[in-house]
Structure formats: C-alpha cells, structure tokens
Design a protein around this ligand. Structure first.
Ligand code: GTP
Ligand code: MG
Ligand code: ZN
Length: 309
C-alpha cells in the first residue's frame, strides 16, 4: 500500500502523486465508506489517500482509504442546493482573485467567500487583478476596499498579469504553503498560475478576452507544485458562493470587525438588526464598521433565513 496526495479530481478518476512525485491515475472501487454523505465528491484535491498500484505500466491505482482532513473549504453545490461540494482539503490559505473590470467581482461575493474562510479557519488574501484596465473610478474603488479589508486583517494586493505588476509580491506569500485560488470565471486564476510556474501551460480564456458569457475555461480543480516550494490549486470559476451549514446567530462571528464587539451587545443572541443596545449597529453608525460590510452581513443573514424554510 502506498500513500499520496490527490492533485486532480474529475469525479470519476483522480490524479494521485506519491511522495517521490510519481503520478497515478486512480479510481475508487466499490462502495467507499463516507462520514459525510451529503457531499457530492467523496475525495477532493488536497486529500491524502492510501492506494494500491493496479498496473505499474499504465500507472493506474485504486484508492483504498482517505486520511482525516486537517481542514477543507466547501460550498453549496450549484446543481443541488441541499448538497455541498468540497473545493479542496488540507490547505494553508486561500487567495481570492477579484477584478473590478471584465468581469466585476461584487463585494457580496467577496464577503461570502471571506465568511467561508473564517468558518474553516483558513487565512485569506485578496488580490485585485487586471489593474491595467482600471480607470480612476476603479482605482478609487480598489483603494477604498483595500482600506476596509486591511483594517479588519486581510491582505489586499493589486496585480496586473498583463503589465507584470504585483506578481512578485503575491508570489512571496505562496512559498512553502498550499494555496487555494478562487474567483469568478475569467479573473485570471489559470493565467496567474502560468505566470508563476514556467511551463505549466494551463489552458486559459481566449486572448479575445472576457466574453461576458461566463464560460468556464478550467473545469476541474487541479493542484500544481511551485518551483520555489509550496503548492497551488487552480479551480473552475464560480458565479456565486453558497454557504453551507451556517446558522444565523453565528454569522456575525465570521466578520472579524463584528466578532470583537459581540460581547458589548445587550443581548447575547443579538442578530444586530433591530435589537436595542446593539454594539454592531452602534459601530456602523459611528463609522467603525463599514456600512457596506454590514449590508453584506444583512444580505447573507437573509439568505440563511430562506434556506431554513
Ligand atoms: N487585461 C488583462 N487581462 C488579463 C489579466 N490577467 C488575465 N487576463 C486575461 O483574462 C482572461 C481570463 O484568464 P483565465 O486565466 O483563463 O481566467 P480563469 O480565472 O482561469 O477563468 P476560468 O478557468 O474560466 O475560471 C484571459 O484572456 C487572460 O489573458 C490582466 O492582468 N489584465
Ligand atoms: Mg482557469
Ligand atoms: Zn448586536
């Protein structure tokens, strides 16, 4: 029996590499015992698995077991709302690639993603790509968001793969870590990996540029080894980020700027909507909590209410 890490999962077969870097095309045979049957994918990129080599010539293998996950990030399956999909397991950090143009990433999307990272205790970095396309309006927006997010503890970096700007700084944060790359389709996730791994040759969206149709170029998550140490996981673009297994009263605990004020609310089950003596609303009124972040909080809270019906 050998042990390896899952580098790619298509749902029917898995690319598994052992400690020496030898790759196998692996399958699951028979009924695989799962703790969590609501997940659409039993094994995800980043999982550590046991396998038996089936055919040395063809480098095929059978996965026989999965090790306990240190962590994972999941989201609501876009096809079946009651199911979730594990994006990746055993990661050190997540890097959200956002863009203010072609396509525009909304603050709601960013905040949902950050809530997921907080839930799973995965540090998050925000990178705004395609900076070359930003006019004054977008540059101001970037500066505004940089201020808001850095004040609450997230690193925010500008990047332009086209102008070769900011790439080195982003790279510095990847060394010796396993980083999950996320973001809408067309923001430049695969292009970024091509820029940091010479010869990776990952297929990217047509040079004709962003079509606006949201066609995905990357279809399966895949992990790559970084030449300077560490691993990076490319993922298919997502339109929305559906949070799973979240209860309304716990939501504010996943907003760092709210978390530190919760003890000052008059009621300990405060949802920070209409309750008297609410420290969160007070923080919004006196400008200590960003109004836009509060709006995101409110919108996510509302969406959780809908799910429970
Ligand atoms: N102007 C500009 N275009 C960029 C930049 N970075 C990437 N692009 C272009 O944006 C398009 C999208 O690139 P991809 O890397 O395929 O995007 P992706 O995020 O991997 O998309 P999916 O795989 O569909 O999720 C390509 O045409 C890139 O050439 C940039 O900094 N500036
Ligand atoms: Mg891609
Ligand atoms: Zn409150």
């Amino acid at each position: 029996m050998a042990q390896g890490i899952v580098y790619k999962s298509t749902g029917s077969w898995y690319l598994v590499k052992d400690a020496s870097g030898k790759a196998y095309n692996a399958r699951i045979k028979g009924i695989f015992k799962l703790d969590d049957i609501t997940s659409t994918n039993p094994i995800a990129v980043g999982d550590i698995v046991n396998f038996e080599v089936e055919d040395t010539q063809e480098q095929s293998a059978i996965i026989t077991g999965i090790h306990e996950r240190r962590n994972y990030i999941n989201r609501q399956s876009p096809r079946a709302k009651h199911q979730h999909h594990i994006i990746a397991a055993n990661i050190d950090q997540s890097l959200l690639i956002a863009t203010l143009k072609e396509p525009r990433t909304s603050q709601g999307f960013i905040d949902r993603f950050l809530v997921a990272c907080e839930m799973f205790h995965v540090p998050a970095i925000l990178v705004f790509n395609k900076y070359d396309l930003y006019k004054t309006k977008e540059q101001q927006q970037f500066e505004e968001w940089k201020e808001i997010y850095e004040a609450i503890g997230y690193l925010v970096l500008p990047m332009s793969l086209k102008d070769n700007r900011g790439i080195e700084e982003v790279k510095e944060h990847l060394k010796d870590k396993t980083t999950l790359i996320s973001g809408h389709s067309g923001v430049g996730k695969s292009s970024f990996i091509n820029a940091v791994i010479k010869g990776a040759n990952i297929r990217t969206q047509d040079v004709s540029g962003w079509s606006g149709k949201g066609l995905h170029t990357t279809t399966f998550a895949e992990m790559y080894d970084l030449p300077f140490g560490g691993k990076i996981i490319d993922t298919p673009g997502m339109r929305e980020f559906g949070l799973v297994h979240i209860e309304r009263p716990e939501l504010s605990g996943y907003f760092p700027e709210m978390r530190e004020r919760l003890k000052d609310c008059q009621f300990n089950n405060c949802l920070h909507i209409n309750e008297p003596g609410c420290a969160i609303k007070e923080g919004v009124v006196n400008g200590e909590i960003s109004e836009d972040r509060y709006v995101s909080y409110y919108n996510i809270l509302e969406s959780i209410k809908e799910h429970s019906w």
